[in-house]
Design a protein around this ligand. Structure first.
Ligand SMILES: [Zn+2]
Length: 75
């Protein structure tokens, strides 16, 4: 379950919520002022989107890296 970052549209407070992928962003209620007008900012915790450069992943197959030296990549 991904962690979402929200910015409150009422007071500007930033907070995070653990929600399911199809959760309604309007369900996010600011813990500071109680306004339900938060704007979702996608966090770095998205498990299925490997676009970030912060976590070193295994090198892709065919790159000469040591990540798939055991023939597990089917080459
Ligand atoms: Zn607020």
């Amino acid at each position: 379950m991904p962690l979402y970052e929200y910015t409150c549209g009422g007071c500007g407070h930033g907070f995070t919520l653990l929600q399911s992928m199809n959760a309604d962003p309007n369900d996010a209620v600011c813990p500071e002022c109680g306004a339900a007008r938060a704007t979702r900012r996608f966090s770095a915790f998205a498990p299925s989107m490997g676009s970030g450069g912060s976590t070193p992943a295994m090198p892709p197959c065919g790159m000469g890296g040591g990540g798939c030296g055991g023939g597990m990549c089917g080459m």
